[in-house]
Design a protein around this ligand. Structure first.
Ligand code: SDX
Length: 370
């Protein structure tokens, strides 16, 4: 039965998965059956990584063993360090991250997919913060064994981290860990369906996530808030752009037709931090949300995961250039879980069709006659 062309593969089922479920109508997101709200309130990013990779919540012993494996991988080889230190400070950090992962792949020994996944989950935050220090002309810091991935990220970037900052950033990573067949995960699965290696597939995912329609939106939302400056400018700023059909970053989603459940959780953190840092970013965002609801809510265009995340990261003193790499850092366990699924023998190479709409058959004309 010929399936007709659907722009953007909207609603096309590309895989069967046990990893997460995304209910766009009711705004429900579950990882291996656990609600995202439950995990954000009670779990940790390391525990969620274990859940995504192994399909169940770990016992205390299993979690400690997993954390020890991660800690053993929290260093970068000399080729990767030299590359990061030698990258131009003006480079896009997503290009640096993508290339650093490729270098790790060049030196990778034969290992299980789970071991490669642990290696990537451990190394990606080190790559990002190392480059973060390079662009701030600061010495690269080493991780502290006592800190979590979230805590170490903020410590290695800013030289210090509070318990509250670690807790909030840990929730951000949990919220970004997995989201079904989004573009970057699909990209990774297409690569894995050819049985290429995991580092090539993750490189494809990072390259895909970089795009402003996908992971790149969080940085653009913060740029918008800074351009708006105060609440009283919001109405004219938004209406002008809507009139010109300019997309408002942080809004809209292919699956969610109501507010992204992750946006509610990030909104709370954004409000809490805005109060602590006396920033008006949260108030501006809420005003933008109100106007967008009035103007386009009926079209199913609501805040997505990127709408509040930038204001949270800004309050955590993370440079905007690192916002999209943070999305990648959070998503590594989700990508790896999907690759473990895609490499199952029953999965075939992904090879959709295209409907030819070009010129009808033509005869070759010698160049002298053209
Ligand atoms: C993520 O898929 C995932 O799961 C992704 C993600 C994940 O966790 O992996 O959730 C993360 O990528 C979130 C999305 C972040 N991107 C943005 O915030 C960028 C702005 N959003 C849009 O570019 C857009 O909404 C997309 C890309 C997110 C979804 O695009 P679709 O589903 O292809 O929708 P569309 O482009 O066909 O738009 C449908 C209509 C259009 O209007 P009409 O031409 O029909 O009149 O909605 C309008 C669009 O103009 N529209 C917007 C809008 N997004 C869509 N109008 C204003 N502002 C927007 N942001």
């Amino acid at each position: 039965m010929e399936i007709k062309f659907v722009s953007g593969l909207a609603d096309v089922i590309a895989a069967q998965t046990e990893i997460s479920s995304v209910d766009g109508k009711r705004g429900v997101l579950r990882y291996r059956g656990y609600g995202i709200e439950d995990l954000a309130d009670n779990s940790s990013f390391e525990e969620v990584c274990y859940l995504l990779l192994y399909g169940k919540l770990p016992t205390k012993a299993q979690l400690n063993g997993f954390k020890n494996k991660l800690k053993k991988e929290q260093k970068l080889s000399k080729p990767v360090q030299d590359f990061i230190k030698g990258s131009p400070k003006t480079s896009n950090p997503m290009d640096v991250l993508r290339t650093a992962v490729s270098i790790i792949g060049v030196y990778a020994k034969k290992e299980t997919l789970v071991d490669s996944s642990v290696r990537l989950i451990a190394k990606v935050p080190i790559i990002i913060t190392a480059f973060g220090r390079v662009i701030q002309n600061k010495k690269i810091l080493q991780p502290k064994p006592k800190l979590s991935i979230a805590g170490n990220f903020l410590y290695m970037l800013n030289g210090k981290v509070s318990k509250l900052e670690e807790e909030i950033f840990d929730v951000c990573l949990i919220l970004h860990a997995e989201h079904g067949m989004n573009a970057s995960t699909f990209s990774a699965r297409v690569a894995a369906s050819t049985r290429t290696d995991i580092y090539s597939a993750i490189t494809a995912a990072i390259a895909t996530l970089k795009g402003p329609r996908h992971g790149g939106a969080n940085e653009k939302v913060l740029e918008m808030v800074k351009e708006i400056k105060t609440e009283k400018n919001v109405e004219s700023y938004i209406m002008k752009r809507l009139k010109k059909k300019v997309r408002i970053m942080g809004f809209g989603h292919r699956v969610y037709r109501i507010k992204d459940p992750r946006a509610y959780i990030l909104e709370e953190r954004s409000k809490e931090l805005a109060r602590k840092t006396k920033s008006n970013f949260y108030d501006i965002l809420k005003k933008v949300e109100k106007i967008m609801e009035r103007e386009v809510g009926h079209k199913g265009i609501w805040p997505n995961v990127d709408f509040f995340s930038g204001s949270v990261y800004n309050s955590l003193k993370i440079p905007p250039k690192l916002f999209t790499p943070i999305f990648a850092l959070g998503r590594v366990p989700g990508w790896c879980a999907h690759l473990l699924e895609e490499y199952q023998p029953a999965n075939r190479i992904m090879r959709p069709k295209a409907i030819y709409i070009g010129p009808k058959q033509r005869k070759y004309i010698p160049i002298s006659k053209r």
